[in-house]
Design a protein around this ligand. Structure first.
Ligand code: GLN
Length: 451
């Protein structure tokens, strides 16, 4: 049924870069067989899923929506993909994204923009916009994404879905094409908080193949989603996020969510996190710096595209021609920004200062979590914007992640849950719930209470 739905709506949505019809049917039969043989596969066996095209899949191409990886098929699975395969989930295909996960709209894909099923003239958010659109358009019940600065929560918010950014190190980065390694976090998309929790639990947990993986028990997210109560939960409203510059309908739905939490028994207070307003600036030094280093591996020798290798050119020339052709404009912008921020003479002023701001943000969270269990804010300042509106204005595009970035810089957990439609445009609004590292369960507990 999902494969038929994909055939029917893909011409309008463009959520997928690759659909594996035959392999999906084969995997579904295998899951049935394993279950019939008495294997305990867990609650998601046989459930179809779409993977963001940043996760390596040994049986499907993996491009990170870049021309530089066109046609590349990994020889191995990412840990997330492998674990879900073992649990019997059926891979429908790979979803579109901003190239190398750099963007907030999925317009930076080298393979065309994805459209928001709520209004196909609008973006589905990004960078995991193919995953959000696929679930929102009923092309898949579940999807994976990665969140480096908001790329799961923001697309979930603007397509009316649940999306979670797990604690950094709680989900493995092994086999995930790297953007900014100290921030990248794989996470789930689903239509309900419980579905997201089941998926979160299925791929999480310690992975010796990722040196930053946390060797701690997976937080009890499924139990928390089932519990779904906020009685006595201390909720802090982040003072710095909201009000001026936020779309009125976003502010209205956010305030209603806060009132709902209060009426369900939560204790709501206002909390100031003064360094959060510098998070965006710090992020746009740290993320490009890490990206400029990570993307050096695309050297025309090891993977994918190779341009001008006709026997007359040096390796450096081939590398330069390949990178010029293979990377899109946003990726080039980030490589240049990051290389500049890391260069000697500028390192302390830019990268060094950004790292100090990162510490201040972590301290704001630590101070807040001494008094409250979770923090809340709107997930995004506006609902889904029209395709093209911010494409030529990087600063306007970057603002989409204003509220989500602090969590990535601090490495803690957050979730976006739908909180109604903005009255002025009828589009979904997301409530962001943030919790300390390894307290992901709190975000699910509060999210399930208000959904
Ligand atoms: N929109 C942010 C960026 O462009 C975040 C992307 C992400 O989380 N992958 O970097």
């Amino acid at each position: 049924a999902y494969l038929d739905r994909i055939d029917a709506v893909e011409p309008d949505i463009n959520a997928f870069l690759h659909v594996g019809r035959d392999s999906a049917l084969e995997q579904a039969r295998t899951a049935d067989r394993r279950r019939a043989d008495g294997e305990d596969l867990g609650p998601l066996a046989g459930v179809p899923i779409a993977h963001k095209d940043v996760f390596c899949t040994k049986d499907m191409p993996t491009t990170a929506a870049s021309k530089i990886l066109e046609g590349w098929q990994p020889p191995y699975d990412a840990t997330v993909t492998a674990r879900l395969r073992d649990a019997g989930l059926v891979i429908l295909g790979k979803t579109n994204m901003d190239e190398f996960a750099m963007g907030s709209s999925t317009e930076n894909s080298a393979y065309g923009a994805t459209r928001n099923p709520w209004d196909t003239a609008r973006v589905p958010g990004g960078s995991s916009g193919g995953s959000s659109a696929a679930v929102a358009a009923f092309e898949a019940p579940l999807a994976t994404g990665t969140d480096t600065g908001g790329s799961i929560r923001q697309p979930a918010a603007v397509t009316g879905l649940v999306g979670a950014k797990p604690t950094y190190g709680g989900s493995s980065r092994y086999g995930v094409i790297a953007f900014a390694s100290s921030l990248d976090t794989p996470g789930p998309f689903a239509r309900t908080v419980l579905d997201a929790a089941l998926l979160h639990e299925a791929f999480s947990g310690h992975d010796p193949r990722d040196s930053t993986s946390v060797d701690a028990p997976v937080p009890g997210v499924v139990e928390a989603a089932r519990r779904a109560d906020v009685q006595g939960l201390r909720v802090g409203v982040v003072k710095e996020f909201g009000g001026e510059g936020y779309q009125p309908g976003v502010t209205q739905r956010f305030q209603e969510s806060v009132e709902l939490l209060e009426s369900l028994g939560a204790k709501v207070v206002e909390v100031s996190c003064p360094s959060f307003t510098s998070a965006l600036a710090a992020y746009y030094l740290i993320a490009p710096s890490e990206a400029s280093s990570n993307l050096a591996r695309f050297d025309a020798m090891r993977y994918g595209l190779r341009v001008g290798d006709d026997g007359t050119r040096s390796a450096e020339e081939v590398m330069s021609l390949t990178r010029a052709k293979g990377f899109g404009p946003e990726v080039k912008r980030r490589i240049i920004l990051g290389t500049y921020a890391l260069s000697s003479g500028y390192y302390d002023a830019y990268y060094g200062s950004a790292q100090q701001v990162r510490t201040l943000i972590k301290r704001d969270f630590d101070a807040a979590f001494e008094h409250v269990d979770v923090l809340v804010s709107p997930t995004t300042p506006t609902t889904a914007f029209p395709i093209g509106e911010r494409a030529d204005d990087p600063m306007a595009m970057y603002l989409a992640d204003l509220c989500t970035i602090p969590t990535n810089l601090a490495g803690n957990a957050a979730l976006s849950v739908p909180c109604g439609l903005a009255p002025e445009d009828g589009l979904p609004v997301g409530l962001q719930i943030m919790a300390p590292a390894l307290a992901d369960d709190r975000t699910y507990r509060a999210g399930a209470a208000v959904e």
